[in-house]
Design a protein around this ligand. Structure first.
Ligand code: S3P
Length: 255
């Protein structure tokens, strides 16, 4: 066989996979609706583990086990993302101190669940055509908070988005009330010592003059606010971005 024959063969197989994928997603939607109508969580850990195990047992060639595991883990995740989006219009909002990984985890979370992603600070920078640091330096913190509230007002009207916020979003009740109208709010409580050790203070105007240790003070003031506004708190000592996102996915679908 030459490469073209092999590619034709793959194309034929993929055609079948696409048809099966569509069927699977359609059934998955019905399951989501059933769960919603019965008030059941979208995530059933035991069922998922058993399903994964049984797929592995079906394998003829055991060499493929790690690949199959990854394939079905992804399929089940996409399925939950789709169920979430077809049974709820809710956003998932990430809050937490600077350096807790709201942007990196938000982006990954959105792509894993097939959701849209938006970062409030990025939107402010785009709208103003300058960096957050320059906004603080040229317009001041009061003006920044106004711009932030304006963007939040707009962004909180979105549906089915993962939204990463700036660390100070919780300072305003109206920001949080707006966001909470249509969201599950997740507080990323990454270990503060770890953040202070590793944070890059560039484009963090609140730290640029005082240094990273200023974060201890900010964190102490804001911790009660993060806890007040969140639906889920993820404690993240020494977790990788991947591990945190796995945990967020589990917890969000248990709500
Ligand atoms: C701020 C955090 C920043 C940014 C601005 C103010 C804060 O966002 O919004 O510098 O008050 O904690 P990150 O938390 O994404 O760094």
């Amino acid at each position: 066989m030459d490469i073209n024959d092999l590619r034709n063969e793959i194309d034929k197989i993929d055609k079948e996979i696409v048809a099966l994928f569509e069927r699977r997603m359609a059934v998955s939607k019905d399951i989501g609706q059933y769960k919603k109508s019965k008030g059941l969580p979208l995530y059933d850990q035991e069922r998922e583990q058993n399903a994964l195990q049984s797929r592995i047992e079906m394998l003829g060639n055991k060499q493929f086990e790690p690949y199959l595991k990854q394939l079905f883990t992804t399929l089940m995740e996409l399925s939950k993302g789709y169920q979430f989006q077809t049974t709820s219009e809710k956003n998932i909002v990430l809050i937490g101190i600077m350096g807790s990984g709201k942007s990196s985890k938000g982006r990954l979370l959105a792509s894993r669940l097939g959701m849209h992603y938006v970062d409030v600070d990025d939107e402010i920078e785009k709208e103003q055509g300058m960096s957050i640091s320059d906004i603080f330096a040229k317009k001041g913190s009061f003006e920044f908070r106004k711009l932030e509230s304006n963007r939040i007002e707009e962004i909180s009207k979105k549906k089915r988005h993962v939204i990463s916020t700036g660390g100070g979003v919780v300072l305003s009740d109206s920001n949080m009330n707006r966001l909470k109208e249509n969201a599950i709010v997740v507080f990323l409580n990454r270990d503060i010592d770890e953040i202070v050790r590793t944070i890059d203070i560039a484009n963090r105007p609140l730290l640029e003059a005082a240094g990273a240790s200023k974060l201890y003070e900010i964190f102490k003031d804001r911790l009660p606010l993060y806890r007040k506004w969140c639906d889920i708190e993820i404690t993240e000592e020494n977790k990788s971005v991947e591990d945190s996102v796995n945990e967020i996915i589990k917890r969000v679908f248990l709500v």
